[in-house]
Design a protein around this ligand. Sequence first.
Ligand SMILES: Nc1ncnc2c1ncn2[C@@H]1O[C@H](COP(=O)(O)OP(=O)(O)OP(=O)(O)O)[C@@H](O)[C@H]1O
Ligand SMILES: [Mg+2]
Length: 257
Amino acid sequence: MGSTLAVTGKGGVGKTTLAALTIRWLAERSRHPILAVDADPNTCLDAMLGVEVSSTVGQVREEAKQLAQPGSGASISKEEWLDLKIQQSIVESDVFDLIAMGRSEGPGCYCYANNVLRGVLDRLAKHYGSVVIDNEAGLENLSRRTVQTVDQMIFVSDPSARGLATTRRLYELCQEMDMSAGAMGVIVNRARDVQCLDRARALFTDTKVEILGAIPEDAEVGDEAAAGGAVFSLPAENAVYKALSAILGQLEQDNNL
Ligand SMILES: Nc1ncnc2c1ncn2[C@@H]1O[C@H](COP(=O)(O)OP(=O)(O)OP(=O)(O)O)[C@@H](O)[C@H]1O
Ligand SMILES: [Mg+2]
């Protein structure tokens, strides 16, 4: 059984960037096969990984609604059909596979398809050595439980006192919603000084959340993203990648990755 890492945090803090760089790091460590899960309805992870998603799980769910209509001529079971469609929506690269969740339910609940999909995704995740989930801002889709078990949850925070306080609230919401993970940690992104780590430690001192480290602000990362480049084209010595690699190396040593 592989390890599942989920990245969460408030809007624009760098979740997708760090999720994509984590996939690069895992690939460079030959932690194959790797499944990247884009759980943000505004599918962005594909561009940062240099691939393009053509169909999402949300679209499969919508199609499944049509299949449920009488006279749709379906000859295979709905479960088989969903399994097949999900397989077809996976983007395969040499280095990783990617699945995008797309939009959640449109108008009207379709609980049957959702339940089946959850089972399909859980089964799918079991085939991979590493699963990395990039979440949308906030906790909405964590509560939908895209994948049931998360070994390592990473809260990405900006370094400001307000940003850290928001991260603490997200953690509390997680607790209230009974969403646990094998381990939880905070990465402070775009850090300008080391004091922000002390502030973070002070805020989480009464919890099991570990303050994993800080990542500097680095123009090269922003420029690359603005130019539509993938994280694989960043130089290995890039400051953001180096700082993240040190954090991931520690998580691996602690058996949380
Ligand atoms: N350490 C960093 N240094 C410089 N720029 C960064 C850094 N981390 C992220 N960025 C830039 O910040 C912007 C937002 O990053 P990203 O899309 O990863 O955030 P997000 O949390 O996934 O946003 P959203 O909530 O919209 O999904 C991007 O342009 C990215 O290149
Ligand atoms: Mg994002």
